[in-house]
Design a protein around this ligand. Sequence first.
Ligand code: 1HN
Length: 352
Amino acid sequence: MLNEKQLSPEVRAERERFYEKIGRDDYAPLWEQLHNLVTKVPTSDCRTAHWEYAKARAYLDEAGELITAKEAERRVLILENPGMRGKAAITPALYAGLQMILPGEVAPAHRHTQSALRLILEGDGAFTTVDGEQSLMKRGDFIITPSWTWHDHGNHTGQPMVWLDGLDVPMVAMLDASFAESGTTEAQAFLRPSGDSSLRYGNNMAPIDWQPPANKASPLFSYSYANAGASLAAMAASGKPDACHGHKLRYLNPLTGGSAMPTIGAYIQQLPAGFASAPYRCSAGTIFAVIEGGVTVTTQDKTFNAGPNDVFVIPSWVAHEFRVKENTVLFSFSDRPVQEALGLWREQRDAR
Ligand code: 1HN
């Protein structure tokens, strides 16, 4: 923005007339906006925010009485960033929601170019089917539904199933690259036995002529919490926690070493009892969910306590510190792989 105070009323009026004139022909003066477009540091409307599970769960119960999963297609409460209401976004690039499937319900088959991840929060044994392979879900499991894969969910257990959905919806909207199709049947036919992709791709081996698919996603689509927890326990048993992250792992595509999906990175970390992190920030706004324990999160203008199944978001370039009393496990996801692929990702450790 130019310094308006230095302008005489005549000059200002003359410029305003010019802006109005060129505006009618779809032009605008860059010099009035340059410094809002090219900021010294990230400055979106995204805010640090926290959603308590107890409240979310009560609202999901109410939603369960209002609408079936089938009628809703997906019965999800969107976690809307309070600084970006109405945009179905938790960060400028990512969407998050809490989905519930009640016993006997189905969420019918569809596919879309948006990529989805799920972190299972509650329930044991409901299923999701991804491109013809069914997978049973347990608390803490991380499941991916890559771009353009068919997916439907169902629950043959006696308990509600609740999970956190993370999608690249705002990113795909920004690129205007949304395509979607409904399935012709509610539930997909099974093309492969359950566990097939883990056996083919999850044993440190791969079919010899494997080629990356068009969606550039991992052929493994279910990452169990039993495995992730065991890896974290091994790291915690021998080795010092990182000053910023504790013991932290990233979920990867075993065929490439990259993230499980190209647009969303997912992570899991263990903060040992008594751990206090060094302040940290990075340019990828990040959504966290508490799997075990509890964490006190401190930013420059907020402190809050997050317990099991709570979700919170730390926007781009907001320095934050974690303190835990008991052993704590956090799941998180962000657009970091996109920023890295484009050479944009930055971090600052010890960000005081
Ligand atoms: C979707 O397909 C699911 O398949 C969940 O469970 C949430 C949010 C936006 C767009 C598509 C699902 C979604 C979604």
